[in-house]
Design a protein around this ligand. Structure first.
Ligand code: SF4
Length: 440
């Protein structure tokens, strides 16, 4: 079983939360289709199961940049992520004291599982130390070890881009050959030093490390397309094939793994992308970045990503990496983190209504009943963003039992007054109807 120190009480709690049997979880974990990012070094991590047959999870990226390095703001982003329902948090810091920032954000994100992209720190500090890209290959691995010792639960490892693939990418007809920051660092390192990917060179040792710490390898997609017109090309597929082979190897050696993808991609390709990834990898969890279904939603990229993420989740993607309105423009501020997270939560739930069916629909039915009853408190309590819902509800004052859209001509008031409709409709009756598949 590719996980250790997992006691039955944890599995029992997850099974209740997810509405599945403990045996289902055990089987999924055994075959690498379900993962639990829980570094053995960390206490009080909320066990989050990610994978097949489970609720779609949402990750929030935070962290400093080379231009904006405000640790208090990043800590506040972690706090907001936890309040608004993120399942995991990743630190993508590239500015300031990266070790110190990571440790502060691990604390601020408790109890959520915490991820990093160690190549950023390895590259930034390696170039400083060695004065150029001539960094020794084991430097990249020592950074991974440091993150594991600090308790990081999952890490993006860009092992799928080989030296040959990096050469092909640079010579390709793509508009943007590489748009992954970590991927570009690894590609430059390989081409400058004429060496194979450091994560591939040291793959067996990485496997030992992740096994020892019970952490998750998240295989990065260095060659994800950065525009819809580059999507699903040979570069993307070749990297996916490499990542799938590595994922199968990790699972066979008892290491938890997921695969990242697919970047910018038009809607009709998303289902095929998820199915191809699952089929090649033996159905390990798919961690989707976007997919951004158009390139022109600047300022609203969280919406472009949520549209793609909903389709990906409906087709089997397991965890969504949120995007914020500041994507492609700036480091996000705290409010933009919240907006991006809520968009991703909506996308995940929309996907789950298809993927999980009646296991996901209860909240929708509760909301609809409250709507039909003009029960505003329940509607607001069930919303993803209660503050926003309440503020919009009261923006023109609150004089009506209905809302200011139709006022006294509210359909529910008319139905109730003249026809006595909705009397006696009960949640249990509706759930029973849904379970039976009766629609009228
Ligand atoms: S007033 Fe109109 S919009 Fe508002 S609850 Fe009634 S029907 Fe819906």
């Amino acid at each position: 079983m590719p996980i250790k120190n997992i006691d039955d009480a944890i599995l029992k709690d997850i099974s209740v939360e997810e509405g599945v049997e403990v045996e289902f979880l055990k089987r999924g974990i055994m075959h690498g289709r379900i993962i639990l990012p829980m570094n053995v070094k960390r206490n009080r991590v909320k066990p989050i199961a990610i994978g097949e047959g489970l609720r779609t999870k949402v990750n929030v990226n935070i962290g400093t940049s080379g231009s904006v390095s405000d640790i208090d703001m990043e800590v506040e982003k972690a706090r907001v992520a936890a309040i608004y329902g993120a399942d995991t948090v990743m630190d993508l810091s590239t500015g300031g004291n990266i070790d110190e920032i990571r440790r502060s954000l691990i604390e601020a994100s408790r109890p959520l599982p915490f991820g990093t992209v160690p190549v950023y720190q390895a590259w930034i500090e390696g170039v400083k130390k060695y004065g150029s890209a001539g960094i020794p290959s084991d430097w990249f691995i020592s950074t991974v070890e440091q993150h594991l010792r600090d308790g990081v639960d999952f890490m993006t490892i860009h092992a799928g881009i080989s030296k040959e693939l990096a050469k092909k990418a640079i010579k390709s007809m793509r508009i943007m050959p590489i748009v992954s920051r970590g991927g570009s660092m690894i590609a430059v390192w390989m081409l400058e030093n004429n060496e194979e990917n450091p994560y591939l060179q040291h793959w067996d040792y990485l496997i030992e490390l992740f096994k020892e710490y019970n952490a998750v390898i998240s295989l990065g997609d260095a060659l994800r397309p950065g525009t819809v017109v580059d999507a699903f090309d040979a570069l993307q597929i070749e990297e996916l094939v490499n990542n799938a082979k590595l994922a199968r190897d990790a699972v066979s050696k008892g290491v938890q793994v997921m695969i990242e993808g697919p970047g910018h991609m038009t809607l009709e390709k998303i289902a095929a992308d998820v199915k191809l990834m699952k089929s090649l990898s033996g159905r390990v969890p798919y961690y989707v970045l976007g997919p951004l279904v158009t390139d022109i939603a600047v300022g609203y990229d969280h919406i472009a990503a949520a549209i793609g993420a909903a389709v990906a989740a409906a087709n089997g993607a397991d965890i969504i990496c949120y995007l914020t309105p500041s994507e492609h423009l700036s480091l996000p501020n705290v409010e933009q983190v919240k907006e991006g997270l809520i968009a991703a939560k909506i996308a995940a739930h929309a996907g789950d209504l298809i993927k999980l069916g009646e296991r996901a629909v209860k909240r929708d039915i509760d909301m609809s009943l409250a709507r039909a009853r003009l029960d505003w408190n329940t509607q607001i309590a069930l919303s993803f963003d209660r503050e926003k819902a309440r503020s919009i509800k009261t923006q023109f004052g609150e004089t009506e039992r209905s809302c200011s859209m139709c006022g006294q001509y509210c359909v529910f008031i008319l139905l109730e007054k003249y026809l006595g409709k909705r009397e006696g409709v009960k949640l249990d009756d509706i759930l029973a109807r849904v379970l039976k598949g009766v629609t009228l």
